[in-house]
Design a protein around this ligand. Structure first.
Ligand code: IVH
Length: 669
């Protein structure tokens, strides 16, 4: 039996290791362990902390998932005001600033500057005392902001503790932001779920940071770049401060440049402008800072703006044009999306003629009538969007838009469920639009990965009536394909070969590819691991599904109703008949009937008859799952000798407890 001291030492070692891996993964982008290994360490720590609540620590890496709901935010006064920046919009304004700095400092010759991207997020201050994050606040009005410590703690980029050599007091300032890709994926998910959307990554980041429930913040993909640090010793330059901050474990953008003279500054500004679209995050200009901290101090600030720094903004990417029409598209889940058809207009070198309006509430919120003049913007470089209408320019011929009562593709009834902003076509896969999107999803990278089965091909196959359900793709004949304009001998053979190959994709990909509402690739992995065959999944009851940790009522209902639908049943049968692998290797040996099928076990304490891992493997072979911790979903806790806190927990939750003898009887030994 490990002693208290052993346990404590292991907990501390795991916390240190996990902090280190977090840092390597999120800050250095150089992980040294696999995700699986990381998860193993993480779960081990969770288990120990659960069994030993006396060693709980709010700074443990397991706590990043979020603290309890707060009732409001406290106000925090900043130790030193958080300044804003003066802006310049052309070279002349920038040169005038440089000349002013020369005059004020009374020196000639080139200055050294840092040129940093001006990240479009929101400024926060992070205070560390004796090496620990003690407070995080928003900028607010610059003098005081809101205490968002609990939310900031959920951002994986941000360290909770610093190396031993860090100064006793350290304040790191920087920008909390969201990557463009993460933002778009999040919005797409929200759109599919019928939730309201964020206009841009900045708003999304601000919304996430101001959540009263940190568990919600934890689910949003927030990141952090540091750009200023107070409390460093022996540092004389801004660039040196950035380097030191990075060494202390903070993310500092690696593309920040140290340059001499204004001409080079302008070159770097242009090059950021050119590469703006390739950066994973939004920037709206660059920030130019005098590198010497002594010079910065001599210059000071006027009002809220430092004299030693200036923003050089990129040209506006807005324009006005006519809203010619609003059409409605139908997505994979049947969600109806209004899309603006615009008189083509050039914005920042790109011609824009379409723009999504997301849902009917957005059309109302932006006060759009068909025929209106509208302001269109390419928000940095993400998808172009309509900012607002210009009602002053109305002529009286404009007409309002309303969402159709019938699906524009199949004519089926549409429905807007209570509490959602989205409207759906109720015709499921009978609706060709949904079928086309479903086929595309089926063949996608993370799905069955069928090269050549993209949206265009899916459209043709559905339009020509060759594919009426998902499984039909495996019944395509070479001659059918060759009869289509799109296909030559080679492309037809390639598609058929790709289809053939995809038949042996692992079960979790198949489950994901089916496109069951709310079943993402992670849930699909869990389902595959638990049920090991499609048949067994299809036969699972909602109770069995909910026995799986992380699967709640809404996901289980979605799976059960998918599997119960006769059309889907046929698809599953046809997939099997076509030779698609629907079982994990060895699944045939796992019974689909028997006393243990669908049950979940937790083992604790020492057993006489076999070691714990053997017992776990044994119940898995008999169709049950073995878990490491007791939840209300656990069917049996098997308590061996010296069972500890798991036994208490099981009793508290009313989980059935078996002695070793009772367990052996249950499995017939
Ligand atoms: S320095 C004097 N550096 O821009 C210090 N700010 O318009 C002022 N920002 O509130 C901040 N990237 O939210 C600085 N590399 C960067 C920045 C940056 C984005 C934001 C920050 C600030 C605002 C000022």
């Amino acid at each position: 039996m490990p002693t208290e001291t052993d346990v404590r030492a292991e907990i501390e070692r795991l916390r240190r290791e996990l902090d280190e891996h977090n840092y390597r993964y999120h800050v250095l982008a150089q992980p040294i362990v696999s995700d699986v290994e990381y998860d193993r360490l993480f779960r081990r720590l969770q288990e120990l902390e659960r069994e030993h609540p006396e060693f709980a620590d709010p700074n443990s890496p397991t706590q990043r998932v979020g603290a309890p709901v707060q009732t409001g935010f406290k106000s925090v006064t900043h130790s030193v005001p958080m300044l804003s920046l003066a802006n310049s919009f052309d070279d002349a304004e920038l040169r005038a600033w440089d000349a002013r700095v020369h005059r004020q400092l009374g020196v000639e010759g080139d200055f050294t500057f840092t040129v940093e991207p001006k990240i479009d997020g929101l400024a926060v201050s992070l205070v560390y005392e004796r090496g620990y994050l003690v407070r995080a606040a928003t900028r607010g009005d610059g003098l005081s902001g809101e205490d968002v410590t609990a939310n900031i703690r959920t951002i994986a980029d941000i360290p909770w503790s610093l190396p031993p050599y860090a100064p006793d007091y350290l304040e790191v300032r920087g920008e909390v932001y969201m990557n463009k890709g993460d933002f778009e994926a999040m919005n797409a998910e929200r759109a599919e779920a019928g939730e309201s959307l964020f206009a841009n990554p900045r708003n999304a980041a601000a919304g996430a940071l101001r959540q009263l429930d940190p568990r919600i913040t934890a689910k949003r993909p927030l990141k952090f770049w540091a750009y200023a640090t107070l409390g460093l010793e022996g540092i004389t330059t801004q660039y040196g401060a950035l380097e030191a901050t990075h060494r202390l474990g903070f993310p500092v953008y690696e593309g920040i440049r140290l340059v001499n003279g204004l001409d080079t500054v302008i070159d770097v500004y242009r090059s950021f402008g050119d590469r703006r679209g390739e950066l994973p995050f939004e920037i709206d200009g660059v920030v130019i800072k005098l590198n010497s901290l002594a010079d910065q101090e001599r210059l000071g600030a006027v009002g809220r703006e430092p004299r030693w720094a200036i923003a050089y903004k990129f040209p506006a990417t807005q324009s006005t044009t006519r809203l010619l029409d609003i059409i409605v598209q139908v997505g994979r889940t049947g969600v109806l999306t209004p899309v603006a058809v615009l008189e083509p207009v050039e914005i920042g070198g790109v011609v824009v003629s379409r723009s999504t309006l997301h849902n009917e509430d957005e059309v109302l919120r932006k006060d759009l009538l068909i025929g209106d003049w509208v302001v269109v913007q390419r928000a940095g470089d993400v998808i172009p969007q309509i900012v607002k209408s210009i009602p002053e320019r109305r002529e009286g011929t404009e007409r309002p838009f309303s969402m159709p009562e019938h699906c524009p593709v199949c004519g089926g009834a549409t429905l807007r469920p209570e509490g959602l902003v989205a409207r759906f076509c109720t015709n499921g896969l009978q609706c060709p639009a949904q079928l086309i999107e479903a086929i595309k999803h089926f063949g996608s990278r993370r799905g069955m990965d069928i090269e050549g089965l993209g949206i265009k091909v899916a459209e043709v196959l559905v339009e020509k009536g060759l594919v009426k359900d998902l499984a039909d793709v495996y019944y395509l004949q070479r001659a059918d394909l060759l009869a289509l304009e799109r296909f030559g001998e080679k492309s037809a053979d390639n598609l058929l070969a790709a289809l053939e190959q995809s038949k042996s994709q692992p079960l979790d990909r198949l489950i994901f590819a089916l496109g069951i509402h709310e079943v993402g690739d992670q849930t699909a992995k869990l389902l595959a691991k638990t049920f090991r065959s499609l048949d067994r999944l299809a036969a699972a009851t909602q109770v069995e599904l909910q026995a799986i940790p992380t699967i709640g009522p809404s996901v289980s209902e979605s799976i059960a109703s998918f599997c119960a639908e006769p059309g889907n049943r046929t698809v599953l049968e046809k997939l099997k008949a076509a030779g698609v692998a629907t079982e994990l290797p060895g699944a045939a040996d796992v019974p689909s009937e028997g006393p243990l099928v669908g049950k979940s076990f937790v083992f604790t304490g020492r057993m006489e008859s076999m070691p714990r891992p053997d017992a776990e493997a044994l119940v898995e072979r008999m169709g049950a799952t073995a878990q490491s911790s007791v939840t209300k979903k656990t069917t049996y806790l098997v308590a061996g000798e010296e069972a500890g806190s798991k036994l208490d927990k099981a009793k508290k939750l009313g989980v059935s407890v078996l002695t070793e003898a009772e367990f052996l009887a249950l499995i017939g030994r």
